[in-house]
Ligand binder design. Structure first.
Ligand code: SF4
Ligand code: SF4
Length: 344
């Protein structure tokens, strides 16, 4: 491969900041309160949305309806931590007629009915088409369930069918169980004999391999690096849907935190020309699905294998963190991502 093709961002999550109120054990971007907010300026936000507006495709349900893998979602980190910037982004996205615009939230901010209703109505009036409320045991460890229920209730009141709960089965489970306040995740796992996230989409990527095993989850075992060499990536790096753009302007493939195709401001050129493979060895090896190659590259920089890895993404993150520390790879961005991995 001489040039790496850069996919068109047809559906995108705009990470307003990696800073979050929570420190979920499964967070793919290692978000937490430890990150600096580092918000985009108004001009950067405008330029980013203007560029994305040429590419984002609407939900099959319509331009003002939402779908998980369509349109533009405003995300983080926790986007309501920066409510004014969330409002700005909503207004600008509407000005650029970006379709299927929604916000993804952990609901920490839904502290009472008035606040919740007022913010959701204000966002709707600014042009937001919907909301996605995150619900599973990892969020419930940090967010009082009352807040989650409030965000769902008023979300549905304001946005109707365009209020999505991800995942509804956990909302129902916690309601049936009469959950109050936050969830003790270790007790929850113990009460289910080590089983967790039955039926849920869950990859041992991001922070998960570093933290989830500590909760006593059953069925997780480490394997030596070589075991993962020929396993395929759980998500494709070249897909055109559900990619991300972060507050530093990085165009992030899929859910692969810490990787960047380059700056979103250069998107037309990146898409026209692709990336010269020899200047992006990490991306190039990963796209060829050659984890053995990435492993050898890291070994050349002094990497020493761990006893085992919980997943291919675990190995990948570990190799990339080493390469980021010991080399100079333009695709390993943002730097703060790797600082957070090392802090785990
Ligand atoms: S609420 Fe979302 S962004 Fe925040 S730590 Fe949890 S998974 Fe990550
Ligand atoms: S192994 Fe690496 S490139 Fe593949 S999906 Fe996981 S994080 Fe992404």
């Amino acid at each position: 491969m001489n040039r790496i093709p850069v996919p068109e961002p047809k559906s995108v999550g705009l990470i307003l900041s990696y800073r979050c109120t929570a420190h979920c054990a499964h967070c793919i971007y290692f978000c937490s309160p430890d990150w600096d907010a580092d918000l985009m300026s108004q001009d950067e936000l405008r330029e980013t949305l203007s560029i994305l507006s040429d590419h984002i495709v609407p939900s099959p349900r319509g331009r003002r309806s939402i779908g998980l893998n369509h349109g533009l979602h405003l995300t983080g980190g926790e986007p309501f931590l920066h409510y004014d910037r969330l409002l700005d982004a909503t207004r600008l996205a509407r000005e650029y007629e970006i379709p299927s615009l929604f916000v993804e939230t952990n609901s920490f901010w839904a502290v009472d009915p008035e606040t919740t209703r007022q913010k959701l109505i204000e966002l709707s009036e600014a042009g937001l088409d919907g909301i996605m409320v995150s619900v599973n045991p990892f969020y419930a460890e940090y967010v009082p369930f009352e807040n989650t229920k409030r965000a769902v209730k008023f979300g549905r009141e304001v946005y109707g069918d365009d209020a999505i709960v991800y995942q509804e089965s956990y909302l129902q489970e916690f309601e049936r169980a009469g959950l109050e306040g936050t969830l003790d995740l270790s007790d929850y796992v113990k009460g289910r004999e080590g089983k967790l996230l039955r039926g849920a989409e869950f990859f041992l990527s991001g922070r998960a391999p570093y933290e989830v095993p500590d909760y006593g989850v059953s069925g997780l075992e480490t394997r030596p690096a070589e075991y993962w060499f020929d396993k395929s990536c759980p998500t494709s790096l070249l897909r055109e849907w559900h990619d991300h753009v972060d507050n530093y302007g990085n165009y992030v493939p899929g859910y692969c935190g810490g990787l960047s195709f380059g700056k979103i401001e250069d998107l037309p050129r990146l898409m026209d020309e692709g990336l010269p493979a020899e200047e992006y060895p990490v991306l190039s090896l990963l796209i060829e699905d050659d984890m053995a190659g990435l492993y050898d590259l890291a070994r050349g920089y002094g990497y020493r294998a761990r006893d085992g890895y919980y997943s291919k993404c675990h190995l990948c993150t570990d190799l990339r963190t080493h390469l980021h520390e010991h080399g100079d790879f333009r695709e390993l961005k943002p730097d703060q991502f790797y600082e957070q991995v090392k802090a785990e």
